[in-house]
Design a protein around this ligand. Structure first.
Ligand SMILES: Cc1cc2nc3c(=O)[nH]c(=O)nc-3n(C[C@H](O)[C@H](O)[C@H](O)COP(=O)(O)O)c2cc1C
Length: 256
């Protein structure tokens, strides 16, 4: 197993940093190859700029219509992005670990996706029948991904009727909109709640939960997101009326 562990936390001696160390160690002990993208340690630049877009050069016109906003096509991707592509291409499994910050991922991690998941590498692949391969198929199909999340809030408060909303909804943009969109199979996340106030004993429980999830990475069932091209959606990519009838929201995109 080739695992890329993406870690977004400014402090390696934090709860999350300790979990990362534990996870990488456990994977290596079970024989996996592990490479890391420790975004703060790498001083990752999270900001997409005009060069990344590669479309402004040579033109002083205002927007006049659709353009291909991908530097990949012009061969201008910067070295830091190409290095991440090389790691992703190598990996069969991707761990994305971060603390929940304002209901989302830290900006440095969002900026990793913004700059690394470019058209031609992560999406924009055409199927032989002319349809676009995405949501369950596409450039990164065949890889497995798992989110490892720590939160300040308690498990109950991020549960079905908790004030934060559910983890599955908070993670929908990442798990469905980025990982599944690009074709990866998304394993259920490991969420460690109440990490701010965790005791040493609670850390040990979290570390064991992580080790257990890592032991079974290749056998766990992924989240059953619906495939875009599996017949569940109409030509406008709207779920058919007879599926999840009367329901709406993110949960309808699960085939359960
Ligand atoms: C900028 C910031 C925003 C945060 N937003 C949330 C949040 O929306 N929900 C939540 O449960 N915890 C939130 N927290 C708490 C962190 O998730 C928590 O401190 C972290 O997961 C604990 O792990 P650590 O000790 O490794 O940082 C936030 C913390 C910071 C610093």
């Amino acid at each position: 197993m080739n695992v890329l562990w993406i870690f977004a936390h400014p402090e390696s001696r934090s709860f999350g940093g300790s979990l990362r160390d534990e996870g990488v160690r456990a994977l290596r002990e079970q024989g996996a190859e592990v490479r890391e993208s420790d975004l703060y340690a790498m001083k990752w630049n999270p900001v997409v700029d005009a060069d990344d877009f590669g479309s402004a050069a040579g033109s002083d016109r205002l927007f006049v219509g659709p353009t291909s906003k991908t530097a990949l096509l012009t061969g201008e991707l910067s070295a830091d992005i190409r290095a991440e592509h090389e790691k992703l291409a190598w990996a069969d499994t991707v761990i994305v670990q971060f603390p929940l910050w304002w209901y989302g991922m830290p900006a440095i991690l969002k900026g990793w996706f913004d700059r690394v998941f470019v058209k031609g590498f992560a999406y924009g692949v055409q199927r032989p029948d002319g349809r676009t391969a995405r949501y369950g198929e596409g450039a990164l199909a065949g890889k497995r991904a798992m989110v490892v999340l720590t939160t300040g809030t308690s498990q109950a408060a991020i549960g079905p009727r908790g004030i934060n909303g559910e983890v599955s909804e908070i993670l929908f943009p990442l798990q469905h909109g980025a990982l599944w969109y690009t074709g990866m199979s998304v394993l259920p996340p490991l969420t460690i709640c109440g990490a701010d106030r965790a005791s040493a004993e609670q850390y040990d429980v979290a570390a064991e939960a992580l080790r257990e999830r890592l032991r079974t990475l290749s056998t766990q069932d992924p989240i059953p997101f619906r495939h875009q091209n599996g017949g569940d959606y109409d030509d406008n990519l709207v779920l058919r009326d007879d599926l999840a009838p009367g329901r709406r929201g993110m949960g309808v995109h699960l085939d359960v």
